[in-house]
Design a binder for this molecule. Structure first.
Ligand SMILES: Nc1nc2c(ncn2[C@@H]2O[C@H](COP(=O)(O)OP(=O)(O)OP(=O)(O)O)[C@@H](O)[C@H]2O)c(=O)[nH]1
Length: 512
């Protein structure tokens, strides 16, 4: 990403324009690998089309009326072209970050990622500003002088939202809103908002709502008397724009007690849902079906990899956090043993703690797995930072001990020279492309070799009415010899302990 200023002065506040509008070359933003091209102010709404998120179906009556008021039309919503519609729904956003540690590039990468997050949430990013400071200003995040500059910038661009690249304390948020006169959102609220948009299952929705309520509860006091955050109060992709989706103002402004009651109710619901998920997992475990979890940074290509490995047909989107609900697919090893792949929620730098907590039961899929495929986007400018962020979350959910294979994806886009340091550090890494299929066979072999092996030798004679056990030996174990005798099927095989127990009555030789 190109910046307008090279003068990173340690002592003074330096403002960097990161995201350039209008005529600037988009390649300068350094993340065109994602095919996002939203920098222009006046066109380019195409990636929204790709994600198919322009459906007007989700709008309720109030939103339809609001939209009609805005365009001054008495016709039906469907008369408005999709592009017009999209323009009306976009929040016009200015990003602001504080560079306190690391290199300028780290801060720029973080802001570039914030831009993708904002676009995923359905915003149009007009400008990005970074201020060099020793630490964020406790009152206003950026220095008070810079707040004035930002206010002018916001006014001149006609922005309606400012997104801070960090988690704002309630007072910082209130002060910034007071001074900037527009809505202010932080990175955490933005991520929660994306999760709210993408949650599909009952469990996913409950998890997101729980995380949002926790976030809001801590900020109850900070929000009194500020700009309205009434859900549906402005035209937004799903009502209310960033920070307005999910539980709206009505819930927030009542009182802490009501929020606590709701939190308790959600926790109970989640406990029940967790129970059924655990039963399924136990069932898999009882049958000793090995499980492989696919984890990694958001947009690394986890769903694409699952599709390539299993033909799962899972939706793949060039959007952050497209998958929130775990998807499990069965597959077989080359010698016919059944095992599963589970694709789960993507990770991101500074994944809000409330999210990790709320998604704990989902993330336990990863902690419980026999093997972990850690997918890395090999074409990303800073894959090592992503690897670090993922490992941080893995540690937080107790999954550090799960044996891991690192899968460096998007080999078709990646620069082999840039991958060298990762391959050096991660000797078990496999380079693949979920798109071209490069490296996938090698990965499959490595996965098969890393699965827990059935290791109890049996020699059983199974009567012909126990064909069910014969097929289980085939799918769960490894058959060495098979013979059809007048009394039944005689099998020498290696199986897992659970199956060995069930076969005990049919043993013709002691186990060893
Ligand atoms: N060129 C290229 N693009 C890929 C490859 N694998 C995935 N992609 C693209 O990367 C984007 C993200 O892919 P997904 O499979 O949805 O990634 P994910 O990790 O499941 O994403 P989240 O669910 O958002 O965390 C999509 O646009 C894919 O088409 C690859 O091997 N090569």
């Amino acid at each position: 990403m190109t910046t307008h200023s090279n003068s990173y002065d340690e002592t003074t506040d330096v403002e960097l324009d990161l995201i350039q509008g209008g005529d600037e070359d988009d390649s300068s933003t350094g993340h065109d690998h994602d095919n996002h091209n939203h920098d222009s102010h006046d066109d380019e709404y195409d990636s929204g089309y790709d994600r198919g998120e322009l459906s007007t179906e989700g709008l309720d009556l109030e939103e339809r009326q609001a939209l009609r008021r805005v365009v001054g039309m008495s016709t039906e919503l469907t008369d408005i072209s999709e592009v017009e519609y999209r323009k009306l729904l976009l929040e016009r956003v200015v990003l602001v970050g504080v560079w306190t540690e690391g290199t300028a590039e780290d801060t720029e990468n973080s802001l570039a990622e914030l831009k993708l997050l904002a676009e995923t949430a359905g915003s149009e990013v007009l400008e990005g500003v970074i201020q060099r400071r020793k630490k964020p200003d406790p009152a206003t995040f950026i220095g008070s002088g810079k707040v004035q500059d930002l206010r002018q910038l916001v006014a001149s661009l006609g922005a309606d939202t400012v997104i801070a690249d960090g988690e704002l304390a309630p007072a910082q948020l209130r002060n910034l809103e007071d001074r900037l006169k527009v809505k202010v959102v932080d990175r955490t609220a933005l991520i929660l908002d994306i999760f709210a948009q993408h949650a599909k299952s009952k469990e996913g929705k409950a998890q997101v709502e729980l995380a949002q309520l926790q976030y809001m509860k801590q900020r109850l006091r900070g929000w009194g008397g500020n700009l309205s955050r009434q859900a549906g109060g402005r035209v937004g992709a799903a009502g209310g724009g960033i920070g307005g989706r999910g539980p709206g103002e009505t819930k927030i402004e009542t009182d802490r007690r009501r929020i606590n009651t709701k939190i308790a109710k959600l926790r109970r619901e989640l406990k029940d849902l967790k129970g059924s998920r655990a039963t399924l997992r136990q069932e898999r475990r009882r049958n000793s079906i090995p499980s492989v979890a696919i984890a990694g940074y958001t947009n690394a290509g986890k769903s694409s990899l699952l599709n390539n490995l299993t033909g799962a047909g899972v939706l793949v989107e060039n959007a952050l956090f497209a998958t929130l609900d775990p998807t499990t697919r069965r597959t077989t090893t080359s010698d016919g043993r059944v095992y599963t792949f589970t694709d789960t929620v993507g990770f991101v730098r500074h994944l809000p703690h409330d999210i990790v907590e709320a998604f704990r039961s989902t993330l336990e899929e990863v902690a419980d797995a026999d093997l972990l495929l850690h997918v890395v986007d090999g074409s990303h400018p800073d894959p090592l930072a992503q690897i670090q962020a993922v490992r941080g979350v893995l540690a937080e959910i107790g999954a550090s001990d799960v044996p891991e294979i690192m899968v460096i994806n998007k080999a078709d886009l990646a620069d082999p020279i840039a991958l060298a340091p990762i391959l050096h550090r991660e000797p078990r890494a496999v380079v693949v492309s979920a798109h071209t299929g490069e490296g996938i066979d090698k990965l499959k072999l490595l996965v098969e070799a890393s699965l827990p092996q059935p290791d109890i030798a049996i020699d059983a004679l199974l009567p012909y009415d126990r064909g069910d056990l014969v097929s289980r030996i085939h799918s769960e174990g490894s058959v060495d010899q098979l013979e059809h005798t007048p009394e039944g099927t005689r099998l020498a095989a290696r199986v897992h302990p659970g199956l060995a127990g069930e076969l005990a009555p049919y043993q013709v030789a002691p186990t060893h």
